[in-house]
Ligand binder design. Structure first.
Ligand SMILES: NC(=O)c1ccc[n+]([C@@H]2O[C@H](COP(=O)([O-])OP(=O)(O)OC[C@H]3O[C@@H](n4cnc5c(N)ncnc54)[C@H](OP(=O)(O)O)[C@@H]3O)[C@@H](O)[C@H]2O)c1
Length: 273
């Protein structure tokens, strides 16, 4: 059986759709409309996930970040090891390592725990999701602290495709996969392309890190988080995570979706001005 956590999320919902024909069980917090069977479970009560696992199962371990994320994911990994799970496929982030800002640090700790768990694993390390873009554009403006450097975005559907491939083929002992979209672009170009797809102008506004942090705070983000997020944007903009990899195509047999592919399929998710 393939047990899928985070099945109501962006990646998990796409993954559940791709696993039809397999024995799949989604672990969800509340009843959900899904294309597979589900059981109620909560990562914050790891034993409820552990109770769903049997020897030889495959586990897709993914959720959004929450206080206690690291402890919860580590506990589920330990329970999976004890249950004799055949493979854990998890979603991390490119550049994750302990001590990194925000999710990078949390994922770095979970990834290290998984590598040492003895359970065969595949750690997916994607760049930022194209699915974030609609939420980042307001009134035709997209604010950031990326500067002029190229930044890579991946369509989250490609992460689901990779996970589906890895969960349905024989599990290797352990592997990390840096997943990217096909090209990296400065935010000015990304905004232009979004505008072209939507048929109205979209402009990127680059702000120094403290101003971007204040901008995010005005939108309701807590101050420490806003400061870290703005600083992370500047780090990302220096190009450290901009190189494209061939992992999506190597694993799925087809190239990753382009920004245009994403925009064609998600035009209606962008707010009208
Ligand atoms: N966004 C990006 O640009 C980006 C880039 C790289 C990596 N990532 C990583 O991608 C992951 C998020 O993936 P996603 O975008 O597919 O997630 P998502 O759309 O935000 O959905 C989150 C999922 O996690 C579930 N969840 C949250 N807390 C839970 C809990 N306590 N117990 C059980 N399920 C819980 C949610 O269930 P409910 O429906 O019950 O809330 C939902 O199914 C994160 O690890 C993030 O760090 C994101």
């Amino acid at each position: 059986m393939i047990v899928v956590t985070g099945a109501t999320g962006t990646i998990g919902r796409a993954l559940a759709g791709r696993l039809s024909g397999h024995d799949v069980l989604a672990a969800v917090r509340r009843p959900a409309d899904l294309p597979c069977a589900y059981a109620l479970a909560d990562l914050e009560r790891p034993e409820t996930i552990g109770a769903l696992l049997s020897p030889g199962d495959r586990l897709f371990l993914n959720s959004s970040l929450f206080p206690g994320f690291t402890a919860a994911h580590r506990a589920v990994i330990d329970l999976a090891a004890r249950a004799g799970v055949a493979q854990i496929v998890t979603v991390s982030v490119r550049g994750a390592r302990p001590g990194q800002r925000l999710g990078g640090g949390l994922h770095g700790e979970v990834d290290a725990h998984l590598r040492a768990s003895g359970v065969p694993y595949a750690i997916l390390q994607p760049t930022g999701f194209m699915q974030n873009l609609p939420g980042e554009i307001r009134g035709g403006l997209m604010h950031g602290s990326y500067g002029p450097g190229p930044v890579n975005y991946i369509d989250a559907r490609d992460i689901a495709d990779v996970a589906a491939a890895l969960l349905t083929r024989p599990a290797g002992p352990g592997s990390d996969h840096v997943l990217t979209g096909p090209e990296s672009l400065p935010h000015e170009r990304i905004a232009e392309r979004v505008g072209a797809a939507l048929g109205r102008p979209v402009r990127y506004v680059d702000l120094p890190v403290p101003e971007m942090a204040a901008h995010l705070e005005r939108q309701g983000m807590p101050a420490p988080f806003a400061a870290d997020l703005a600083a992370l944007m500047a780090e990302t903009g220096d190009g450290r995570w901009a190189s494209a990899t061939t992992e999506v195509e190597d694993i799925t047999g087809r190239p990753p979706r382009t920004l245009e592919d994403f925009l064609t399929d998600h035009r209606t998710t962008f707010a009208t001005p």
